[in-house]
Write a protein of this length. Structure first.
Length: 212
């Protein structure tokens, strides 16, 4: 670590190197009361059965105070805001037909939402004193040879954000990985990988969003 010009954070949950602080925190599955408050806040009837409210990853650019973070709450907020067309299981149409008269008798309303919890979430950005970061477009790309380098890994963590069994129809999992490496003498790089994996029935849909 000292050879890379960095140091481990006091609690051991991250590193500070190259003007950046990389920190993670993990905790247990959120309590039922927290889940109810989250549902009330989003005005939804359901959220993933397992969501890790205490888990987060945060990168801080120390000179400017700009942060890039990943957490379950913001991921669910973006899921709710996106609300893509709901997936329908094969038995859904038959179930509705068999209960059509009962539903009409009770004036039942059909509520549809994306119950796979698929989210376009790609992180949350913050800044010191609430000032918006000044982003500059670039054509530069990451040196992909760094991904296959066998040089030392300074820090690694893999954090689950939420998971659902989709009413026994499959699984939906969202997680984020971070890897910080020391490449060569003076190069350091950090790779982030947000991963949403969806298995529905006999079909799997791995959805990954790399961030470097």
């Amino acid at each position: 670590m000292h050879g890379a010009g960095g140091e481990v954070l006091p609690d051991g949950n991250g590193i500070s190197v190259g003007g950046w602080r990389i920190a993670t925190h993990r905790g247990p599955i959120a309590h039922d009361a927290d889940a109810e408050r989250m549902k009330d806040g989003l005005h939804v009837l359901s959220i993933p059965e397992q969501w890790y409210d205490a888990n987060f990853l945060e990168l801080t650019h120390l000179p400017s105070g700009t942060t890039i973070s990943f957490n379950a709450r913001d991921a669910l907020r973006q899921w709710h805001a996106a609300q893509t067309d709901p997936v329908r299981v094969p038995a859904a149409a038959e179930w509705v037909r068999s209960r059509q008269q009962e539903m009409e008798a009770h004036h039942a309303k059909r509520i549809e939402y994306d119950w796979t919890f698929t989210t376009p979430y790609s992180g949350s950005v913050g800044a010191a004193q609430g000032e918006a970061p000044d982003w500059t477009p670039t054509r530069e790309q990451m040196d992909r040879s760094m991904l296959t380098s066998r040089d030392s890994i300074l820090f690694f963590d893999d954090l689950p954000l939420y998971e659902s069994e989709l009413e026994d129809h499959g699984t939906s999992q969202l997680s984020v990985k971070v890897s910080g490496s020391h490449v060569g003498r003076n190069q350091r790089f950090c790779q982030l990988l947000g991963n949403h994996s969806l298995r529905f029935g006999l079909h799997s849909f791995p959805i990954t969003s790399p961030h470097a």
